[in-house]
Design a protein around this ligand. Sequence first.
Ligand SMILES: NC(=O)c1ccc[n+]([C@@H]2O[C@H](COP(=O)([O-])OP(=O)(O)OC[C@H]3O[C@@H](n4cnc5c(N)ncnc54)[C@H](OP(=O)(O)O)[C@@H]3O)[C@@H](O)[C@H]2O)c1
Length: 251
Amino acid sequence: MELDLSGRTAVVTGGSRGIGRAITLGFADAGANVVPLSRTESDVEAVVGEVRERGVDSRVETLDVADTDAVEACFDRIDDNLGIDVVVNNAGINPASALGDPEDVSDEGFELVTDVNLDGAFACARAAESPLKASGGVLINVASVGGLVGLPRQHPYVASKHGLVGLTKSLALDWAPNVRVNCLAPGYVATDLTTGLQENDDLRASIERRTPLDRFADPEEIAGPAVFLASDLASYATGETFAVDGGWTAR
Ligand SMILES: NC(=O)c1ccc[n+]([C@@H]2O[C@H](COP(=O)([O-])OP(=O)(O)OC[C@H]3O[C@@H](n4cnc5c(N)ncnc54)[C@H](OP(=O)(O)O)[C@@H]3O)[C@@H](O)[C@H]2O)c1
């Protein structure tokens, strides 16, 4: 058994930047065809180019995962052209408008986050059900430490990520034994999502102090576990959430 994904096709939502881009390129390095999805065509084209440079196939598709009709059509096109063996629900947001004390979070701010992080992930899972069952495939959800513990002033984000951990368990039950469903719970990772934290000296220092490994992760350090979970090396793992958090939740 090896860490080899050749002959398989993976779809990575939010695959154009940050963790999703690293997972996309990690899968391509392991031999998989990979289709990265996001809303920004130029970013998608750039990553598709990097995938093809690795000698595997790809396809330029843009998608807003919160647009459920578009999700269905997009996954159908990918399945018709390349098949689908692995799906990574990675697209996620945590905008300033959804941060703050609970009484300051509007319905719109709450739904903005859950529409993408939770409803969007479920829509993608549902759209991929048939090809994943046919191929004996793998679904990986990207939650957060905020899916395992509470984080102050991030109520929509934490609710959406706890939802994703629950969805992982229930999908794993319903789709066994054909499809394995697992979840990654990253700690703080150096991406566009955390630019504000990285650039604020006090916040960065307090996060680093709170993290036993004493630093933010590089996106590639989340991609490695994703490649493992997609591979046959993880053939008996399903319904589980794996923290990749530098020890954050070990306290
Ligand atoms: N960075 C961290 O510290 C950290 C920690 C724990 C968990 N996570 C989770 O890891 C995932 C990736 O985070 P990241 O840090 O890599 O974020 P990022 O750098 O902000 O990248 C987000 C990606 O998602 C895409 N995206 C955003 N909204 C989308 C939508 N509605 N439909 C489709 N694609 C969308 C973005 O492209 P477009 O904007 O062009 O659509 C981009 O490709 C998220 O689920 C996040 O919650 C991150």
